[in-house]
Design a protein around this ligand. Structure first.
Ligand SMILES: [Zn+2]
Length: 251
């Protein structure tokens, strides 16, 4: 995960990886962004500087650099521009612009994290929806990540209900399912519970901090690799084999 890529506003967009081919990068130039309405307000700045402030809506088309792909990502949102006029190195008055773009929509949305090929359809679908919601509503995004955890547990064979004969309420809530995963595959309870808590905050309070959502993405990316690709177990087995080979007495 390129954490620095994911913000609420940008001076310019980073070259996000194309969500279609995942090889090319999304490119555009700021002069191609369409901005309306033009120059809503004009302000004079004090002393030797005068500024011009603009704000409004923008739309941009980010194009994949991979020629055989050619995907277009449509971006829309709010923008602000602040122009300042000041004396340049030659003593002439020069104007410079400071732009901020705040996207409210990116479609199809760039992928914030990667995931193992073995991730099945339902968690993949909810993950892709979360990438779109990231720009629309951070709380809804957090809530969708909680759903990713629910369906990931389905893929891992963790039941949603108790077996016949088990005591107590039949339904297993997410906390109980994460605890059951902990019995079978220990080591991921903290990460998945963090996603559960942030998702709950999204549902109950409707406000979630972008930093918490990015933390959740990072935790989820790592948990998926560990749980579906058994990365740590595989590396431990490799290390053990090498150690065994080198500590065995030579014949
Ligand atoms: Zn592409």
């Amino acid at each position: 995960m390129e954490r620095k890529h994911w913000k609420r506003s940008y001076g310019y967009f980073p070259q996000f990886l194309c969500p279609r081919c995942r090889k090319g990068n999304l490119k555009s130039t700021k002069d191609k962004y369409k901005r309306e309405p033009k120059h809503v307000t004009i302000e004079l700045r004090d002393h030797e500087m005068q500024g011009e402030d603009s704000e409004g809506r923008f739309v941009a088309m980010l194009a994949c650099s991979n020629r055989i792909c050619g995907e277009i990502v449509a971006v829309a949102g709010d923008y602000e521009s602040h122009a300042t006029v000041d004396y340049g190195p030659t003593g002439q008055l020069e104007m410079s612009w400071d732009d901020t773009f705040r996207p409210n929509s990116m479609h199809p949305a760039p992928h914030i994290i990667t995931w193992p090929k073995s991730l099945t359809g339902p968690p993949t679908m909810h993950l892709l929806v979360s990438f779109e919601l990231f720009w629309v509503d951070m709380a809804a995004c957090a809530n969708r990540l909680r759903i990713v955890v629910e369906v990931l547990l389905d893929q891992l064979g963790i039941p949603r209900a108790k077996a016949p004969g088990e005591k107590g309420p039949k339904h297993l809530d997410l906390a109980a399912r994460i605890a059951r995963l902990g019995d079978a595959r220990p080591g991921h309870e903290h990460a998945l519970n963090a996603l559960r808590y942030v998702g709950n905050a999204g549902s109950h309070h409707g406000v979630v901090d972008i930093g918490d959502v990015l933390d959740c993405y990072e935790l989820l990316e790592d948990a998926m690799v560990e749980l579906l690709e058994h990365r740590r177990e595989r590396l431990n087995a490799i290390a053990k084999r090498i150690n065994d080979e080198n500590t065995k007495p030579k014949p």
